[in-house]
Design a protein around this ligand. Sequence first.
Ligand code: FAD
Ligand code: FES
Length: 279
Amino acid sequence: MMMHDNGKSVINPYLPRIHKVKRIKRETHDTFTIEISADGFKFMPGQFNMLYAFVGEVPISISSDPADGNVIMHTVRRVGHTTSALCSLKAGDSIGVRGPFGNPWPVREQEGNDIVVVAGGLGLAPLRPLIYHLLSNRGRYGRIYLLYGAKTPRDILYRNELARWRARFDVDVYVTVDKADERWHGNVGVVTSLIPRVHVDPLHSSAFVCGPEVMMRFTTRELINLGLNAERIFISMERNMKCALGICGHCQFGPEFICKDGPVLSYSRIARLLSIREV
Ligand SMILES: Cc1cc2nc3c(=O)[nH]c(=O)nc-3n(C[C@H](O)[C@H](O)[C@H](O)COP(=O)(O)OP(=O)(O)OC[C@H]3O[C@@H](n4cnc5c(N)ncnc54)[C@H](O)[C@@H]3O)c2cc1C
Ligand code: FES
């Protein structure tokens, strides 16, 4: 639909575009991946959409392969009203989408560098498009590490893909859980406990980090201790959002509007704010 501005027709940025749900995949006990028809939609790794499930609208990262022209995926954890409605959608249902919004991971700018990807919990979702990009362009990067931490084994996302990535010889994948169960034989401990396994050239390395804020605070500290430059450590921030257009101010984080200046920001830009607990 259109609105008129000085006689010109412009697309109303508040109006969602309707897409069809193709498939809902259960990832864990509370998290689902919603696959929708792409219908020409293009995005870059790290961007998010505002998803409208006819009860409310919420920001959700795009979790699919940016090179896949057929489907767009969003991985949603059921925490409240709108995310519950999204997780209850069925194949064939309609869903409203506004986007893509936000700064992407600056992955092309890191070509030639070693890469460290650190994900905590659902933070793996916005990092998955970046991982697809790195693996599709494997020759353009040095060593690649993926460190992933989940609360328990039952919270691990994308199990099949993790197994496939792990089987490759050109990427080092380490997974840890905070709390094991009787069937878990892997690492136990927070994701920062995996950082000593990273052997990169710190002067020519870049890192991409996403997870709960406390995890990002500790991870960035460890990466700095490893010798990485704060300008080449990138994190993705979450704040409550309404417009996603840099207008309403809901997502303000210090001087930054996360919907417009983020969600991906360099650590050098927000180190001071991140060190303060509640901004
Ligand atoms: C840029 C961006 C990207 C995001 N990407 C994703 C994504 O890929 N997948 C995803 O599932 N979520 C993502 N989120 C978070 C998601 O937007 C919120 O979980 C959602 O807005 C909650 O809405 P609700 O109506 O379901 O919950 P509400 O009814 O608003 O809240 C219900 C309860 O859930 C709690 N809650 C609200 N937000 C969160 C949260 N983020 N984490 C834990 N508890 C919360 C509230 O404190 C409240 O207790 C993203 C947020 C941002 C800003
Ligand atoms: S959500 Fe409105 S300014 Fe960011």
